[in-house]
Design a protein around this ligand. Sequence first.
Ligand SMILES: N[C@@H](CCC(=O)N[C@@H](CSC=O)C(=O)NCC(=O)O)C(=O)O
Length: 282
Amino acid sequence: MRNAPELLSSHRCFGGTVGFYRHHSETCDGSMRFSVFTPPQAAAGPVPVLYFLAGLTCTEENFMVKAGAQRAAAQHGLMLIAPDTSPRNTGIPGEDDEWDFGSGAGFYVDATEEPWSRHYRMYSYVVGELPLIVAAHFPADPERTGISGHSMGGHGALVCAFKNPTRYRSVSAFAPIAAPTRSPWGQKAFPRYLGVDQESWKSYDASALVALGTIEPTMLIDQGMADPYLEEQLRIDTFEQACAAAGQSLLLRRQVGYDHSYYFIASFIDDHLRHHAEVLIR
Ligand SMILES: N[C@@H](CCC(=O)N[C@@H](CSC=O)C(=O)NCC(=O)O)C(=O)O
């Protein structure tokens, strides 16, 4: 059994517990952190798990502190897992210099380029190592796993789902960077993580991956229409068109007046948890 993650703090919440953890990640070759909400139902046996991948500048704290997800998760009996958004303190020169690249901006890819490739393996960490740790040390049922996220993490959730169509049984996203190979954020990060050959970028672009195979059931996406990143960075229209062309079932809700913040996420998180619970809990 892998070493137990170290509990850093624990907080009673809606009859369950929020815990913040640190562990050594073999995949990222360094220390990683994640947070867990364990619902009260876990006292009686393993519960379904929802992974939430956060966005640029976030840590394992943002979602757990700001989204207000625990009340509904406790009602449904869903465990919530929120990993950090990148390795940190790796010693890579300049890793903390840019808010949209390096620390806090791992983009959920496995970097192939030096100096990032040794530590920045967030895709394998999220789909591989972290679920094994969760299954070994928490009352989680890995056969009932869903995934969601916001912005960079919303896109990460879509990529993890398209690449692992049977592992994630329910999928949703808030304001995902939906076509990163065509957005300034993606065009800045991908050459440095993945190299200049744009063919390699496609395996981390949900708007390209959907053409290779659709997933079930319907995915839920909320997008604020007052989001300042909507047109240039997020490109949800591109993803919507790619889904239509591929026959991907998508419930895309354009939310008038909402921006890119956690106020937006908190406004609709209950709908997302219900979306996941309807699939994961029978
Ligand atoms: N001023 C913001 C800029 C970065 C930002 O908006 N980050 C978003 C995600 S953007 C895409 O991945 C975010 O979730 N920020 C954290 C938060 O708690 O709102 C900033 O510096 O946060």
